[in-house]
Structure formats: structure tokens, C-alpha cells
Ligand binder design. Structure first.
Ligand code: ADP
Ligand code: MG
Length: 658
């Protein structure tokens, strides 16, 4: 049996709204290794279609095409890839070299797809190129070569994997007569070397060089003539050491992508720049959110005794619909702490002491009289552990006889010299429910807790007693003082956060300052998310940009994709090359983005530092990595559709594309 045996080959082209076009009609043909076969016939007679079937580029036919014992009609996709890699090599009229690869890289591309080591594939490519007289051209790009040289490069590429069959569709169609002879010499040598060379030609002069001329007309073989020829053995290409056929490695895919990107450098830099803007804004917004949060926390920490955690009874949402209770104007009320509550709080790890505290808010009921002038105040409370000696601006903490007023109240009494009130005695009326507590008290000191830790008590005019003092005053008036806040003294400041958590998990609220802090950081989180969301819109824009550019790239590289498929690229390999390209764009865009963000951070922080003595942009490593990650992710996602459509291109269509 012949090496190549075609039996009853029929092929139809589907044409929309018309009956199928019968392009190859019951073709029977036997060809053998060592033959140089010319296929001639008028344009449109079906020559190229036949070549595509034999070459495994077109599998949509009926009949048998047996090559070296295997019927390609029964090939799976995987078999076909192996067939392209090992058995068949193509030479095209329009050369179809990959323009951004050097001569050497073009020739070794098929081996790159099989993951052959660089050393071996370059040795093999150099050997072939030398044999074909292209030793001096190894590192040129295809557009620096003449037509004859290009076709010799294409022949070297077809020979790289030592195939049994060379299919050449009008290989001399674009060449002048002199280079045509050179190429024919080479094809003749290949046949003499024991391979089957099938070439399509228009020219009878070219056909004369072959030992067999097959004439096709209207999809049928009309003539099959054999001639006695002795082919000159011009060169011998060493059989390739048989290697297990592997697949394109990820590394090679990235390298191929990089070579293509280098070719279109300025375009790719522009895309990377464009997509970096979104990354930069996202990183900056996250850094800003963190900066503001850090600033507020910092302010909070400065003003809070770090080893004290405050607890309040949970705020009750009243279920009673009666109006019998006077609505508390200072906000919802909490139940007082019972001894059992205090005992429960005392069981929290690292708490050394639970001190009771009380704070009362009311409108107009309480007043202080000094120098015959009366001043009303809204809040009186027991001296809380939150107030540290640092907060006292004049005098000292009260004892069980004296009181302390806050600065805002002191300034109302004596605008010019509030500190002079220390040591003075004032009359005080406290309203508790319906009862009034009155007395004369000496002012021990003035305090002014600043910052958010002061909470409501810091903002309102207020008077402070020691707990025991106020308790005694209550008892003297037939009232009972019940604590409505508790201060937990923590053994070490590093446990304070944990204690605050535990207070909440036991079902109590934190202090005003903590509640305020939580609210603030929630607001800042929302603010950060909104800003980041706005910044993310530019990411969508860059995704669309990358998608568009990738599509353009697919169109530009259609022929290249066709060639890759003809030399054994899998769909997966094609996808990989495009996705690698997107990966690189994303990586570069991300790097530029975080680079610019860091630069702006330094500039911005310096400016803010000069003006406000603090920094406001706090990028973290996580934000930077997130920036790069999201950049890569977005461009890879954007590339999926173009990469998929590239991998699905029909090689025959792709190769016809110009
Ligand atoms: P040749 O190479 O001999 O010039 P082809 O094999 O390229 O001829 O084409 C044979 C015939 O099939 C022509 O009439 C051509 O118009 C038609 N043909 C080729 N490709 C297609 C296709 N994809 N769909 C429909 N008709 C096609
Ligand atoms: Mg043709």
C-alpha cells in the first residue's frame, strides 16, 4: 500500500440559502514517499481544498485519507495535533511567517509548541537554515528578507519536525523565475531525501520538475501522469532525534506573548498606562480610608485611659406604648446595673476591678449658683475612670466633699478667668426624678477631656462627684444611687480590646467613646467603599479597553493563528498565548498603578504633614498586592472572550485571511 492513500474522498461546502457545493468528487489517489507531485488545474478546481484535507486542516469530508497507516478521517483532535507536529509540514504561497518573531524563532516555533528545550530547537533550526543558505539571516525579522528567502525560511519551518509529507500550496506563486528555481531545487532535494512532497502550481514549467503531475478539474482527477525523473540529492536533513511530544509550556507561552508585545510596544505601554489609572485610584482610595481611620483611632487612643474599658447596660427599645413616662430628652435610657451584672463583668479575663459609675442627663432641672448668678447644666455624673489626671486643666480631682466642673461650664461662670473658680464654693441643685438635692460644694478642679473620648459628657456642661459622695447625697435625700455605667480596669493595655469585645459578647454596650468610634469607623468604611467603587468604574473602562485591543490583536494575528494551528498548536495553546499577553498587560498596568499611587502617597502625605502635622494616606502591602492582583484578574477576564475566539478560528479560513 502507498504511503498516502485516498479512497472515495468527497467534500461539500455548505453555502447559505443554496444547495451544498460538491467541491471534491470521489477522489482516489495513491502517493508515495520520495515523490515530488504537482497538482495542477484551473483556479477554483479544488486543489487547495484537497491539500487542506490531506494536511488535516479540514476534517469535514467523507471517505478515507490514510497516511502512514493511519486514517485521518478517524482522528481525534489530539491525533490531529500530533499529525501536525510529526507527520506533515506546510509551505504557503504567501509564506505566512510570524512577523514579530525572528527567522530562527519562526523556524523553531513548532518545536517551542512541543516544549523542546531551547538549545535543541535552536541547533536544529540553525542546521536547517544553514542547509537552505540562510546562515546569515538568523536574527532578521521576516520583513527584512526577500521573497525567495522568506519561502526558504518557511520550508525550514516545515522541515523542523522531520515530517513525512510536505504540502506546498503554490509555493512559487509569489516568486520570480530565479528564486522559483531555487525553491524547486530545495523541494526536489526533500523528495530525494525520501519525503513525499505535494505541491500545487499553476505553472507548467514548475510542474515539469516533478515526477508526477495530477490534473484536477471541477473537483475530479482528470489526468495522472508519471515521468521518469532523477532527483538531485542536494542536501540531507538529519532525522530528528525522536522526542516525546510535549505541550507548549506556560513559560514559553508567556515568552511568545512578550515577543508579540515588544513588537507593539507603544500600544501596549498605552494600554498598561490606561489600566493603571484605575488601579492607582483604587489603591489611593483604600489608603485614604485607612489613613482617616488610623487618624481617628489615634486621636481616640490619645484621650482614653488605655487600661479602662467602659460598659453600659444595653439600650432598651421600649415596647410600652403608654405616655406615662416622660420621654428622656437626652436619648434612650438604660436600666441600671444590678450587682449580678457587675459580678458578671468582673468574670471577664484580665479585668482586675469593676468600678461603678453614674451619669444623669436632664433638661433644665439642675443648676449651679455662684455670685448670685444661676447657671443650668444638663449632666452630672460620678467621676469616671475615663477621666485621667491629664484632663484636669486646673486644680485636682474631687474628694468625697468637693466637686469638679468641666471647662465649658467654668467658662460660662467666669469667661475671663475660669481657673479662678478652683477653691470657690458654689450652691448646687440637682433634680432626680421629682426630688431635688441641694447643697454647697467647693470646686476642687476643672477638667476638659478633649477629643471624641469625652463623649457626650465632654461636650455638655457637667458637674462631677465621686461615686461615694453622690451616693451619700442620694441616701440623705431618701434616694438610691444605682450605677448606669461600669468601668472595667484591665491588667494590661494590650488586653483592653479583648475586654471591650467580651463586654459586647456578654450583651452590654461599650462606652460612649467606643460607640462613637464604632460609628465613625463604620461611616469611614462606607465612605471608603463608595470612593473605591467610583474608582473601580475606571477598572471597568480598562477592562473594555483591553477587550477591544485583544480583539484587534486577534484580527491582526489571524494568519499567525492559522500557521500555529497548522504546525500543531492546540486550542489551549492559542488561548494560553493570548491570556498570557493579558496577564502581562495586567501585571505591568498594576505595577505602574501602584508605583504612581506610592508616589502620590509620598507627595500627598508630605503636603498634609506640612499643613496638619499628620499623614492621611496609609497604603498597606495588602492594598498594593490587591491592586496588582485585581489588575491581572481584570485583564485576564477581559481577554477570555478574544482568546477563546482566537482558539476557535478555523485554520483554513485563518490562513486565507489577508
Ligand atoms: P483552487 O485552490 O483549485 O483554486 P479551492 O480549493 O480553493 O480551489 O476552491 C474550490 C472551490 O470551492 C471554489 O469554487 C471555491 O470558490 C470554493 N470554496 C473554497 N472554499 C470555500 C468555502 N469555505 N465555502 C464555500 N466555497 C468554497
Ligand atoms: Mg488554491
Amino acid at each position: 500500500m502507498s504511503y498516502l492513500s485516498i479512497k472515495n474522498l468527497n467534500k461539500y461546502y455548505k453555502i447559505t440559502n443554496q444547495p451544498d457545493f460538491h467541491v471534491l468528487k470521489s477522489i482516489d489517489l495513491d502517493l508515495d514517499k520520495g515523490e515530488l507531485v504537482s497538482i495542477i488545474g484551473e483556479s477554483g478546481s479544488g486543489k487547495s481544498t484537497l491539500m487542506n484535507v490531506i494536511g488535516g486542516l479540514d476534517s469535514d469530508f467523507s471517505g478515507d485519507v490514510v497516511v502512514g497507516g493511519d486514517n485521518i478521517a478517524n482522528f481525534s483532535q489530539k491525533d490531529m495535533v500530533l499529525y501536525h507536529k510529526k507527520k506533515v509540514g506546510f509551505v504557503f504561497q504567501s509564506f505566512n511567517l510570524v512577523s514579530h518573531l525572528s527567522v530562527l524563532e519562526n523556524v523553531s516555533l513548532a518545536m517551542t509548541l512541543s516544549n523542546v528545550s531551547k538549545k535543541i530547537r535552536q541547533e536544529r533550526a540553525k542546521e536547517l537554515l544553514e542547509v537552505l543558505g540562510l546562515k546569515e539571516q538568523l536574527h532578521k525579522k521576516p520583513n527584512q528578507l526577500s521573497g525567495g528567502q522568506k519561502q526558504r525560511v518557511a520550508i525550514a519551518r516545515a522541515l523542523i519536525n522531520d515530517p513525512d509529507v510536505i504540502i506546498a500550496d503554490e509555493p512559487t506563486g509569489a516568486l520570480d523565475s530565479e528564486t522559483t528555481e531555487q525553491v524547486l531545487d530545495i523541494l526536489e532535494s526533500i523528495a530525494a531525501d525520501g519525503k513525499l512532497v505535494i505541491m500545487v502550481t499553476h505553472s507548467s514549467r514548475v510542474a515539469q520538475r516533478s515526477n508526477r503531475v495530477i490534473t484536477i478539474a471541477d473537483g475530479q482527477i482528470k489526468k495522472d501522469e508519471t515521468f521518469e525523473r532523477h532527483f538531485k540529492k542536494g542536501f540531507h536533513v538529519a532525522a530528528k532525534a525522536d522526542q516525546t511530544v510535549k505541550q507548549l509550556s506556560l513559560f514559553s507561552a508567556i515568552k511568545l506573548a512578550l515577543l508579540n508585545m515588544k513588537e507593539k510596544l507603544s500600544r501596549n505601554i498605552l494600554i498598561a498606562l490606561g489600566s493603571s489609572i484605575g488601579i492607582m485610584s483604587v489603591v489611593l482610595m483604600l489608603s485614604l480610608g485607612k489613613g482617616v481611620n488610623d487618624y481617628l483611632n489615634d486621636q481616640m487612643q490619645k484621650n482614653v485611659n488605655p487600661t479602662i474599658a467602659e460598659a453600659q447596660m444595653p439600650v432598651e427599645t421600649s415596647t410600652s406604648n403608654g405616655d406615662d413616662e416622660q420621654p428622656d430628652l437626652a436619648g434612650p435610657t438604660s436600666k441600671p446595673f444590678a450587682q449580678s451584672d457587675l459580678d458578671k463583668l468582673a468574670t471577664i479575663d484580665h479585668v482586675t476591678e469593676v468600678s461603678k459609675a453614674y451619669s444623669n442627663f436632664s433638661f433644665g432641672g439642675s443648676a449651679l449658683t455662684y455670685d448670685d448668678q444661676s447657671y443650668s447644666f444638663m449632666n452630672f455624673s460620678t467621676i469616671s475612670a475615663i477621666i485621667s489626671p491629664n484632663d484636669i486643666v486646673a486644680g485636682e480631682m474631687p474628694d468625697d466633699q468637693t466637686i469638679m466642673v468641666n471647662q465649658s461650664l467654668a467658662e460660662k461662670i467666669n469667661q475671663d478667668d475660669p481657673d479662678s473658680l478652683v477653691g470657690q464654693t458654689v450652691s448646687i441643685v440637682l433634680t432626680v426624678d421629682t426630688k431635688q438635692i441641694t447643697g454647697d460644694f467647693k470646686i476642687s478642679g476643672i477638667y476638659n477631656p478633649n477629643g471624641p473620648s469625652a463623649g457626650i459628657a465632654g461636650a455638655l456642661d457637667s458637674v462631677q462627684f465621686t461615686y461615694d459622695h453622690l451616693k451619700k447625697l442620694y441616701e440623705d435625700n431618701g434616694l438610691e444611687l444605682e450605677p448606669n455605667a461600669a468601668y472595667l480596669v484591665v491588667d494590661d493595655r494590650q488586653h483592653t480590646d479583648q475586654v471591650k469585645q467580651d463586654i459586647k459578647s456578654l450583651g452590654y454596650s461599650g462606652g460612649d467613646a467606643d460607640i462613637l468610634a464604632d460609628t465613625f469607623s463604620q461611616m469611614i468604611d462606607i465612605f471608603t467603599y463608595v470612593l473605591t467603587g467610583v474608582a473601580a468604574i475606571s477598572l471597568v473602562v480598562s477592562a473594555i479597553m483591553i477587550l477591544t485591543v485583544m480583539y484587534i490583536s486577534v484580527v491582526e494575528r489571524t494568519q499567525e493563528i492559522g500557521v500555529m494551528k497548522a504546525i500543531g498548536a492546540r486550542k489551549k495553546d492559542i488561548r494560553r498565548i493570548f491570556v498570557s499577553e493579558a496577564f502581562l498587560i495586567g501585571l505591568f498596568g498594576g505595577l505602574i498603578g501602584i508605583g504612581v499611587a506610592l508616589l502620590l502617597t509620598v507627595i500627598g502625605n508630605n503636603l498634609i504633614m506640612d499643613l496638619f502635622d499628620t499623614t492621611i494616606l496609609h497604603p498597606t502591602l495588602a492594598y498594593l498586592l490587591f491592586g496588582i492582583g485585581i489588575s491581572i484578574f481584570i485583564s485576564m477576564i477581559a481577554s477570555l472572550i478574544p482568546a477563546y475566539s482566537a482558539s476557535r478560528l478555523d485554520p483554513v479560513d485563518a490562513l486565507r485571511h489577508d
